[in-house]
Design a binder for this molecule. Structure first.
Ligand code: BGP
Length: 461
């Protein structure tokens, strides 16, 4: 079969500032929560490696962009570091950061690589977190000023903007399940954080449109995890529906449709967990839906009804309503511990087509993390055939969705070069280019050569 993609399809890869730039304490950058967390609790990080160096993109961006060009990228996602651009989170702009991002954007454009720019990738400036982070409504105003500054500075050249990457993850990590700073467990606070994030998002969309500085598009990047029930049994279906409400639709519905799902509101009401809101919020959300949706897809969620009823005196948690289960016969990426289910990408796209007015979308992350990838090194190159198969199998399902009329416009791999990841540091490698973390030397993996071909042919056989 011939898997030919539509003309103008975006081929590329995605990164984030904290994970690639390095120079975390240099050139005027302020601290964000990752710098801080590492300072106070280095043991939380794999091998106690923190975010100060990461992949040294700050100094090597020219070399990296040359590699992207050579290996078939026509687009690339980066994020701006809020605490680099505005070191205190609010107030003075750091001119060195302005030059840096200008240089990167100009270099991309000079190489015919479309910059996709995201404003917030888990990296709250520390002074903002110290006044409560997203729990504090004031922080929304500060984020809005940051977003406005970024649009004004770079909006003449950047045409694709994103307000947030995976906004549910700081909610889960920071306020429910202990893997992001501030590392508390409190569903009420988590729900407030999620709600304020949506308000911040809608405010940024509104600001973007009012400024009218570009003829660009604005959107959000969501990690969508299709929720599959264990069986057709009502209780399993209900469990999957609730997991979907919490982890997908809590952001997808307001961002794309301009309103929260009624079932979610009713559930929170019933358990006395509605967030605090202000007059005008509903209208703000309604009027500022997105132009384009980035979809990060790694793995599905397998859900079954609760086996035991939760103790009614225990604090409210999303997990009150469902259990996860390991589907017999599922296939695993045994190097990362995540299930591989390629058809998930198709199910997401069909859902967007049927229930989200076929919004323009693209795969903004998909990829295969591998622990100990050096063991696949042969003749100086990582022989990552498993990654090629992984990408190709996902692309086949994406292609099928497009054939059926879905509005998917591109595919970005996570990630460009091996980079530092949150609490996992350098444990799992995802890149097209391997990075020697002692010398920072880049070497294209086998998958980079393969990707160059499919991008040049706009598909594969
Ligand atoms: C996504 C994030 C990325 C990246 C990726 C891989 O959720 O947007 O920042 O980290 O996951 O995850 P990990 O490095 O934990 O395997």
């Amino acid at each position: 079969q011939n898997y030919q993609f539509p003309d103008g399809f975006w081929w590329g890869s995605a990164t984030s500032a904290t994970q690639i730039e390095g120079a975390a304490n240099q050139y005027g950058k302020g601290q964000n929560i990752w710098d801080h967390w590492y300072n106070v609790q280095p043991e939380r990080f794999y091998n106690q490696v923190g975010p100060e160096h990461t992949s040294d993109f700050y100094h090597r961006y020219k070399e990296d962009i040359a590699l992207m060009k050579e290996f078939g990228h026509n687009s690339f996602r980066l994020s701006i570091s809020w605490s680099r651009l505005i070191p205190d989170g609010i107030g003075n702009v750091n001119e060195e950061a302005v030059s840096f991002y200008n240089n990167v954007i100009d270099e991309l454009i000079a190489n015919d690589i479309e910059p996709f720019v995201n404003l917030f990738h888990f990296d709250m400036p520390l002074p903002m977190q110290e006044i409560g982070g997203w729990e504090n409504r004031e922080v929304i105003k500060m984020y809005q000023q940051y977003a406005k500054k970024a649009f004004e500075l770079f909006g003449d050249r950047v045409k694709r903007w994103f307000t947030f990457n995976e906004p549910i993850v700081p909610v889960e990590g920071g306020y429910l399940y202990n893997f992001h700073y501030p590392n508390v467990v409190d569903a009420k606070r988590a729900i407030q954080v999620a709600y304020h994030t949506i308000i911040a998002h809608a405010t940024a969309v509104q600001t973007f449109r009012e400024l009218n500085v570009t003829n660009g598009k604005i959107g959000i990047i969501l990690n969508l995890t299709p929720s599959y029930p264990r069986s057709e049994h009502k209780a399993d279906q209900k469990a999957a529906h609730i997991a979907d409400l919490f982890f997908n639709r809590s952001f997808l519905d307001p961002a794309v449709l301009g309103e929260y799902p009624e079932d979610l509101i009713n559930l929170l009401k019933e358990h006395d967990h509605l967030p605090q809101s202000e007059d005008g919020d509903a209208l703000l959300i309604k009027e500022n839906t997105i132009d384009i949706l980035g979809v990060n897809y790694y793995q599905p969620r397998r859900v079954k009804a609760k086996e035991y009823l939760p103790n009614p005196y225990s604090p409210f948690m999303p997990d009150w309503f469902f259990d996860s289960y390991e589907m017999p016969g599922r296939r695993m990426n045994e190097y990362r511990g995540w299930e591989i289910y390629e058809k998930g990408i198709y199910d997401i796209m069909i859902n967007l087509k049927e229930n989200y007015h076929n919004i323009e979308s693209f795969i903004s992350e998909n990829g295969m993390g591998v622990q100990g990838e050096e063991r696949f090194l042969e003749n100086g190159q990582i022989q990552d055939d498993y990654r090629i198969t992984f990408i190709q199998d996902h692309l086949k399902w994406l292609h099928q969705a497009i054939t059926e009329g879905c509005n998917a416009k591109g595919y970005h791999l996570w990630t460009t070069m091996d980079n530092w990841s949150w609490s996992n540091a350098y444990k799992n490698r995802y890149g097209f280019f391997s990075v020697n973390i002692d010398t920072m030397e880049r070497t294209p993996k086998k998958s980079a050569y393969w990707f160059k071909q499919i991008s040049e042919q706009n598909g594969f056989q």
